[in-house]
Each structure stands twice: as C-alpha cells, then as structure tokens.
Design a protein around this ligand. Structure first.
Ligand SMILES: Cc1ncc(COP(=O)(O)O)c(C=O)c1O
Length: 432
C-alpha cells in the first residue's frame, strides 16, 4: 500500500523485484537518461502527480493518446456510462460500428477497418493482411520507424540492399526477418534501388509518415511522392503506420497533409492507435474494401481478438474523437504546440544553445543540433548528453518530457498558455 512517505525510489526498488526492470514497457525505466522513474498516482488536465506529491506539466500524454489532456469530463462520462453497461461481451456492439463510422468519416483512404487492442497488434495484422492480399512475402521498413514489437518488424538493416535485415531483439529468429528490408528514411535513391531489385516480390512498404520514434522527422514530400509511385508501379501496398501521427498531427491524420501536397495521394492500408482509444487499449487497421475483405471471416487472412472493440475502450475513443472534431480544435492545438516550439527555440537561441525543432498539430520534436535531422543516423548524431541534462533540469522544474532523445513530445488541448509559458521559463533556467 502506498503511504505518505512512499518515494519514487522506494516504489522503483519494490517494482524491480517483481517486474523486469521495474516497468511494463522499457522506455519508462529512464535508462536512456538515467535516474529514477516517477511513479504516477493521478493525472488531471495537463498535469501528472507522482508518488511524492509533485506536479509535472505532462508532454508525454501516455505516449500520445491523451490529446484532450487527462480526465476530460466528456470522456470520463462516456467511460463511466460504458462501465455501468458491462466491461466486455465478446459479441458485436453498436458502439464499435459508431467508432468505425467516425474514424472512416475522417480518413477517406479507408472503406473499412478492424478494431484491435494495441498498435503492435494493428501493425502486425496490417502486415499479414498485406502479405495475404498480395500473395508476396517481402516487406520494406525504414530505420528509426517503430511499428510495435511483432517479430518481423524488430529488425535492423543488413549489409546492403540485396541482403535483408538482422533481428534487433533476442528471441527473433533470423528466418523471421529474412523478408524484411530496412532502408534509410527520406533516401529516394535507396528506395528506387530497392524496388529495382525486389519490386516484384514486395508485399508492402510500411512507414511512419511523420516518424515519432526517432523524435520527430517528416518524410519529405518528394520522398513520399516517389514511394507512392513505386508502390503503385510494382503492386506493393503502401502501409501508413499512423499509430502516433493519427488524429494527432491533423484531424485527417498525416495522410491528409500528404494529400494536400500530392494530388490524389492515399496510402493503401492505414494503422491507428493511441488517440483513437483516448487512453484505453484500442487500435485499428483499415483500407479499401477489396483489401479488407481478405480478412476472416470473409477471406483467407486470419486475425482475431478476445477484447477487440471492447465496449469501454470504444466509448473512450468515440468521446475523444467527438471532441477533437469540434470546429477550431486542431487550429487551437496546433497554435499551442507552435508557441511551445517557438518558446523553446527562443530560450535556446538566447542562451547560445544550438537547438532545432519541428511540430505539427499536437506533436513536437526538438534536437540539440544545427539542422533538422532527416533520418535515424542524423537523429543519433545530435547531442544526447545535452538532451539528458536538459531532460533532468526540466524534470526538476516540474516539466515531464519523454525520457529519451529519440521520442517525440505531445501537447494536449488541456495545456494552457500559462503552462506553455511556464515550460519555456523552465527551459530558460535549464539553459542558464
Ligand atoms: C508508430 C507506432 N506504431 C506502433 C506502435 C505500437 O503501439 P503499441 O505500443 O500500442 O503496441 C507505436 C507505439 O509507440 C508507434 O509509435
């Protein structure tokens, strides 16, 4: 039981006895930045409160889902009502249909979708679907993009474009990743070469269109245009992993931004998570009817889930989507995020600290570097030691940033101008 004297350190020591590394997802352990993870007892609006009663302005938002901030009244009400009706039925509900309709109305590239419980599950299922629909095995992914921890996607580049990847985790057999080719993000020449070599056997290319797992790196418009052309020419499906960017960078997700820049642009399959569950375990993958009808029970591609479309999770997701589609929501969110980025960059500039950054909607990234990185190697070449010092200086001042320089940040609509100003003041102090 927690007591008034419980500390984060005491809880972490206790946690490490019963949970590997003391955490249920590795990045929470603060390994990249060092120090003791904060054990959170509650959250409200833009704030997290830890076991020692300290308050933090939260720029992680549960790694993306909490776009409305914590404890939004409309979401809580919907969840409470759903809980009263029943936790899980294992049978269809009207709310699943409503949520599917809501998502599809905002993402015109998809005719149908299927709900699952995590981004990992959605990406893994999308991959199987792409392979099943094309009858091909090989896939391309990009270094620095994370698509969850399915075996075939835990892979790093081989020694050249003719060789496929190597596992990045023990327990993943080399044979499982032998069909996965890993390319450099934003590298058009490499993409063309890979398609020239393997185009006829490629089931899909999976990409984070705005990558949030190497901090914040956008796929350039020329790169995305060429990727779309090559996939279409060679009959490979273009799979957008929008688990992070979905309903976060824009109401229509990252694909709506590329559609503005590239007329007629659409991915073939899209993967969502995080925001569509509003903080509950819920994710989805979807695409055109002909592809989606390959799934069981209609087609030969098997996919299933005991808790898929869970009634409490769908209530939470629906309530969240209904808030973010209100007129002006994204404009206000984007303007908060932009003012945070500008404030941080100004603080750095005034202190002579080299810093660059980018943002879109409610997603933000900054790097201690002179120019914006375009791929994973460039992200990894930015100043990690400075990031780690900055992270701790901000945490000490009550600002909770992602505890690793390769993670994006998230602003919610609960962050007020005062929160943003307080964050920028903390940054000035940290730089000083
Ligand atoms: C782009 C992307 N895809 C997939 C995943 C996996 O999602 P989950 O952690 O819900 O399994 C993540 C998680 O951060 C992600 O950012």
């Amino acid at each position: 039981m927690s007591t008034e004297t419980t500390t984060n350190a005491a809880l972490f020591a206790r946690a490490q006895k019963v949970i590997p590394g003391g955490v249920n997802s590795p990045v929470r352990a603060f390994r990249a930045v060092g120090g003791t993870p904060r054990f959170i007892t509650r959250a409200q609006g833009a704030y997290l409160f830890d076991a020692e009663g300290r308050r933090y302005i939260d720029y992680i938002g549960s790694w993306g889902p909490m776009i409305l901030g914590h404890g939004h009244p409309a979401v809580l009400e919907a969840v409470h009502r759903a809980v009263d009706e029943g936790l899980s039925f294992g049978a269809p509900t009207e709310r699943e249909v409503e949520l599917a309709e809501e998502i599809l109305s905002l993402v015109p590239s998809m005719d149908q979708l299927r709900l699952v419980s995590s981004g990992t599950e959605a990406a893994m299922s999308a991959l199987r679907l792409a392979r099943g629909a094309t009858g091909r095995s090989k896939i391309i992914k990009f270094e620095g993009c994370y698509h969850g921890h399915a075996d075939a996607l835990l892979v790093k580049a081989g020694s050249g474009l003719a060789t496929f990847g190597h596992p990045t985790s023990a327990g993943v057999p080399a044979e499982v990743v032998q069909h996965t080719l890993v390319l450099e993000y934003n590298n058009v020449a490499q993409l063309e070469e890979a398609f020239a070599l393997h185009g006829a056997s490629l089931a899909c290319v999976m990409i984070e269109p705005i990558a949030g797992n190497m901090n914040f790196v956008r796929a350039s418009v020329p790169f995305m245009r060429r990727l779309r052309e090559l996939c279409s020419q060679h009959g490979a499906l273009l799979v957008f992993d929008e688990v992070m960017s979905g309903f976060r960078v824009a109401l229509g997700s990252a694909q709506s931004l590329y559609a503005k820049a590239i007329p007629g642009f659409e991915p073939d399959v899209s993967v969502f998570g995080k925001v569509i569950g509003g903080g509950m375990p819920l994710a989805a993958f979807g695409g055109k009817r002909a592809v989606m009808e390959q799934l069981a029970p209609l087609g030969p591609v098997y996919q299933a889930g005991t808790l898929s479309g869970n009634p409490v999770a769908t209530a939470c997701g629906l309530a969240t989507l209904r808030e973010i589609r209100k007129p002006g929501y994204f404009e206000a969110l984007a303007s908060s995020t932009r003012s945070l980025l500008e404030g941080l960059l100004a603080a750095a500039r005034d202190s002579g600290v080299p810093m660059v950054g980018d943002c879109e909607g409610g997603m933000i990234g900054f790097f201690f570097a002179d120019r914006l990185p375009q791929n994973y190697s460039e992200v990894m070449a930015t100043d990690k030691e400075r990031f780690n010092r900055f992270f701790h200086a901000m945490l000490d001042r009550g600002v909770y940033l992602a505890p690793a320089m390769y993670e994006a940040g998230f602003v919610s609509s609960a962050h007020t101008a005062q929160d943003i100003a307080a964050t920028c003041r903390a940054a000035r102090e940290a730089f000083a």
